[in-house]
Structure formats: C-alpha cells, structure tokens
Ligand binder design. Structure first.
Ligand code: OFO
Length: 162
C-alpha cells in the first residue's frame, strides 16, 4: 500500500504531466494556425509523450493499491509571439517539471519508499532528454534569427519527429 503523502504528491505530478500535455497541444494548435506544420507535429508528439508520462504514474499508483485524486487542469496559454518564445516557454516548463520530479524523489527517500524511489529513476533520466530536446530547438531558432528560410528548414526537420 502506498503512503498517503506519496500518493498525494504523485497525484499532483499526474496533474502536472496532464498540464504539460495540454500546454504542448496548445502550442501545437498555435503552430498550425501560423502554418508551421513541422513545429506543430513536434509539439503534438511531445503532448502524447506527456500523456504517457501521466498514465505511467497513474498505473504505478493503482498498482501500489492507491487511488490518485484528480484536480482541475490549469488552462494553458493559447498564443506566443514567436516560435522562439514558444520553445523557450517549453524549455522553462521542463525545468519546472524536473524540479517537481526531484521533490518527489526527495520525499520517497525521506519516507524510505524504495519502490517509488526506484520508479522515479526513469523520470529523472527522462527529464535530461526532455530538457535537451526543447533546448536544442531553442538554440536552432536563436541561430536562425530573422531568416525565414532557416525557419522553414527547421520546420521541415521537426516534421520528421517520429
Ligand atoms: Fe513529462 O516531461 Fe515534459 O513535461
């Protein structure tokens, strides 16, 4: 049986991952609206990954005999000034998610919940990739600057995300 405090914290993380899903889907819709379909595709794939993260935690809580408490999912922003601003927001959001995963790991260690500590290792590793992926696009967009041709090249590249 999972500790109640841990269950509550994991429930909050399910909510945070659902918000990530919502945020990236909102970014995807915005990219579609400005005809950057490769960027939109990348964000849509990312949003699916976030839903998978939420479900991974949900399944873990259930497997441990718990029952997550669902809270309202915050409304995400709907527009960004530039593709760079959107990806900077995504990168900043990933830093927040990393911090919340670390807090979960600290709680698991503090209450000696070894099963949750072991489960969270996957998320700790995943966050390294999550941060790197959005930051890589931020760096490309910075290099592209105001060059429309470079922007379309990045769009084509992001369209290939599987
Ligand atoms: Fe679930 O890692 Fe991004 O938010």
């Amino acid at each position: 049986m999972i500790d109640k405090k841990m269950q509550k914290a994991l429930g909050d993380q399910i909510n945070a991952e659902m918000y990530s899903f919502y945020l990236y889907l909102s970014m995807s819709a915005w990219f579609e609206s400005v005809n950057l379909h490769g960027f939109a595709h990348w964000m849509k794939i990312q949003s699916r990954e976030e839903m998978a993260h939420a479900m991974k935690i949900y399944d873990f809580v259930i497997e441990r005999g718990g029952r997550p408490d669902f809270a309202a999912i915050e409304k995400p922003a709907a527009t960004w000034t530039t593709p760079l601003a959107a990806f900077q927001a995504a990168y900043k959001h990933e830093l927040v998610i990393t911090a919340s995963i670390y807090k979960l790991a600290e709680l698991a260690a503090a209450i000696k919940d070894h099963a949750t500590a072991s489960f969270l290792k996957w998320f700790i590793d995943e966050q390294v990739e999550e941060e790197a992926n959005s930051d890589a696009v931020v760096q490309k967009l910075r290099l592209a600057g105001d060059a429309t041709g470079a922007l379309f090249m990045i769009d084509r590249e992001l369209a290939a995300r599987g």
